[in-house]
Design a protein around this ligand. Sequence first.
Ligand code: A3P
Length: 362
Amino acid sequence: MKKKDTMVRYTLVPDTEDGNVSSNCLSKCPKLSFSKSKIIVFVVILAIALGIILLTVSQSNTWIFTKNMTDCLVDGTCKSGKPRGRISGKHHSKLDKSQYKKRLPQVLVIGARKAGTRALLRFLNLHDGIEVARHESHFFDRNFDNGYDWYKEQMPESLPGQITLEKTPNYFVDLNVPKRVYTFNSSIKLMLILRNPVDRALSDYLQLKLREKDPNKVPPFEHYVIDPVSGEINKSYSPLKRSLYCKHLERWLEYFNLSQILFIDGEKIRVRPWEEMHHVENFLGLDHQINKSQFVFNATKGFYCMKVAKPNFPWKTRERCLSPAKGRVHPEIDLDVEKKLEDYFRPCNNKLFEMIGRRYDW
Ligand code: A3P
């Protein structure tokens, strides 16, 4: 068969003004010709284009409605910059973007520094009912004079019914903060994650060391925690002072009831994060959304990471871990020094356990 025979000829027939087909158009109008194969290619391209459009539209809905399946959860804002909302649609079945606005926090993670506060925040952000502030605002300790409007500006956008949450671990140890927080909202909910005070102090030391220009020149932990003259504990070393949990908590309890504070175990959040998050959901009066299936143990890092959806392929997941600054390898501590530190912290630990009616494994 000749190629010409395979051609299908189409004639474009423009309508007349009154809507009728012009009878003499056939002879005058330009003719467009397509081969069958060109039509197939055209249809395929059209289908692909339609598919892409549909995918894009559904993706943008996914971003809004399925927060915990997107990349949004990791840093507190979506990569696309789109606002986020609840999955359940219980309160927001018809999502009105105008309802998104910045709100002052109803919950604070007050500390303790280096006890797992970032992990707690990231895991909290898995829940649709929570929007977390991406950065530590340091409002109640350093920026209080900026006022509540400034503070609100630091918060993420949220929907009515969602909880806005901020974490600044320094709040726990700053003398001014409890009173300021109480004045701000006396019924606020507080969360405090605690970790073995010796481990926390060592982690604090590592953090400070790595901030130095030449970390390799920084003396070992033992140099700081033991007074070289007396051989006793150097009580003035900040990482040790920050681990005296009972002292700091005492100041908070001058203003807040114990029932307003949730104590989270930094060790448990490391090894079974979904269990600790279950307590957090209870404390915040939220439905249980965070579960084991959202975590994956990363053997290289030695910590749990989160499973999140790939940005453009919400049906596929990938691992999202905390930054390398979280979960550093700790150097071995001299055994005598470690024992001294344990003895030093023990009375305060016991006092803390009495105060909160719960024991930690340290
Ligand atoms: P180390 O780096 O000393 O191990 P913060 O976020 O308050 O600074 O706390 C940091 C600590 O979080 C880390 O201290 C690490 O032990 C702990 N952590 C708990 N769960 C983690 C996780 N899934 N990934 C990384 N670090 C985690």
